[in-house]
Each structure stands twice: as structure tokens, then as C-alpha cells.
Design a protein around this ligand. Sequence first.
Ligand code: ATP
Length: 352
Amino acid sequence: MNNYKIAAIPGDGIGVEVIAAGVEVLQALAAKCGTFGLEFAHFDWGSERYLREGQYIPEGGLASLKAFDAIFFGAVGSQEVPDHVSLWGLRLPICQGFDQYANVRPARVLPGVTSPLAKGKAIDWVIVRENSEGEYAGSGGRVHQGLPIEVATEVSTFTRVGVERIHRFAFELARTRPAKHLTLVTKSNAQRHGMVLWDEVFAEVAKDYPDVRTTRELVDAVTTTMVLKPEQLDVVVATNLHADILSDLAAALSGSLGIAPTANLNPSREFPSMFEPIHGSAFDITGKGVANPIATFWTAVMMLEHLGEAAAARELMAAIEAVTESGLHTPDLGGKATTREVTDAVLALIRR
Ligand code: ATP
């Protein structure tokens, strides 16, 4: 029997609430299936720790994570720490340190959930986000700080290796889906270096996947396709920044940020991959017990798929869909249910 070691990093805000719910559901699922085990280790890496000790990740922390099969992450972000400090202090060192270059973000309108899109418009997308370089490469600097002549640069970095591997990943994924359709999102009309390499390498990789239909859209244009002709999209590959923005739009069009999951994958499996809800720490609802745990449960489904536990993943997804269909919704979906009630409903279906 496989016994998986999972590092749980709840982080900040509602991350703490939804990861607790996710761990509970995953443990119930493992107990019910009886075919695999899950052993969780909890890490207190969050903004409280940073404010107390000056570091999100303690010395040697990243190395200690290497021993795990997967990382189950909540959210990072605090009103007392600038966002760029918290992001670069916790989430990005894990993504970059473990070369989790493929960020996969499925978007679908779950049963019982109302999309703000016109009735009958179907959403069934997977956004593949380049997760290791591009606009978030961290390259740049500031000089003459505070002076009128201050200069700051933020340099997007595109490497042939980085671009090729994410396009190949997206083609492989597109190939597994019924529509076998991949949309390249770009901005090479205005950005004539990195984005042109992005397009050229896409065309080269496409030759190896004649069974996958491709289209190319500028990032501004694809937002209108998402809203007006959502059925024209299937798998979408976009840069770090573009996909970051598009996936929040995708989550909102699917009904709520509170249901959207994501996986930060190290496809070579040299390092553990990290699974997290798309949403952040949501200070406005922290501690109120109303955070939607569905994004985290769906995230858990992606983690189980990655671990090779396909049957358990299917069972959890079915339970999630049965609960959303039942109308038991948290306030972000227009309901009155609490995190506890939604969690209990999913647990009841699993234990049935
Ligand atoms: P960050 O800056 O860490 O990305 P944020 O607090 O600015 O996070 P998000 O957490 O991403 O923003 O979400 C924006 C809003 O969406 C929240 O303020 C909250 O109202 C709502 N929201 C996000 N996630 C959930 C959830 N799981 N359940 C209910 N509402 C949510």
C-alpha cells in the first residue's frame, strides 16, 4: 500500500481554514478507500512566523520539503507584510526552488453553480501557466531610490528551454482531452523579443503534435473570447503574468474564486509538486467560518491525480459536484452555508 507523505502549509488568512478542511476530507477519503495512506506534516510557515522570526521559511526548510510526495498549500498574504515580500518569502521560493514550471488551472462551471456568463455558455478550460520565468523571473532592480531620478526595471526573461518545456507540457495535456485544442496566448505584436521567441518555439513544438489543433490569440483578445465565446477554448498556454490574470477571470466566470484549484507541477518529479487553491488569504472573511473550501477540495483532487490515486480523485470530485449541485453554497456562491457545513456534506458523502 502506498503511504504518501504530504507537507501541509496553510499559510495565512483563510488558507488556515480551508487547508484544515482539506486535510480532514483527504484523511476520510484515505480511510474509506483503504488502498493508500496519507501522512500529513504541518508547517507553520506564514506571515505570523515572518513577523516573529524574520523568515517565512526557516534555514534548511526548503531542503526538508524535498522528502515529501506533495505539498498542500493554503495562501500567503498579510495586511502587515507587503505582498511582494510575502510572495517572494514563501510561495515563489517553493515554486522556483522545486522547478514547478507548469502551473495547471482547470476552470469549469460545477453543477449547481451559476456562471455570470450568458446561460448555456459552457466553460471547460485548462489554463497552463508558465511558472518559472517570464515576467516573474525576478530580474531587474532599483537605483537612486527616493530621488527624482529613481529608476526601476522589471525584466521579463524567456529562455528557449523554459518556453519549449511549457509548450510541450501544454501539447501533451491538450492531447489527452476530447477537443485536442490548444490556444497560444501571446502579445508578440507589441513585445517583439521574448514574446516572439514564445511564438516561434510554439510553432516548432506544434510540429510534433499534428493531432492537436492550435489557435493563437493576443492576450487582450482572449479575454473577450473567454467572455463571449467560451466554447472556443479548451487548453490555453500563457506566460506567467498573462495566465495569472486570465485564471482569475476564468475563476470568476466559473462562479467564484472560492472554487478554483491549481497545481504547481514539477513534471520530471525530481521535486515535490505543490497544490493550492487559486484564491489568496481573503482578509475580509478570515475567521468568519464562511470561506468556500471547494477550491481546496478540488485542489486535493488534483493532488490525488498527481499521486496516481485516480479512483480516489474521481470519488472526491463526485462528492464535490454532488454538494455543489445540492445548493449547499457558501456566501461567495450566493448561499448561506459555512465552511463547516460544506465540509461535513462532502465528508458524509465520502463516508457513505
Ligand atoms: P491575495 O492578495 O493574497 O491574493 P486577496 O485577499 O487580495 O488575496 P483573494 O483572497 O484572492 O484576494 O480573493 C479576493 C476576494 O474573493 C476575497 O476578498 C474574498 O471576498 C473572495 N474569496 C476568495 N477566496 C474565497 C473563498 N475560498 N471563499 C469565499 N470567498 C473567497
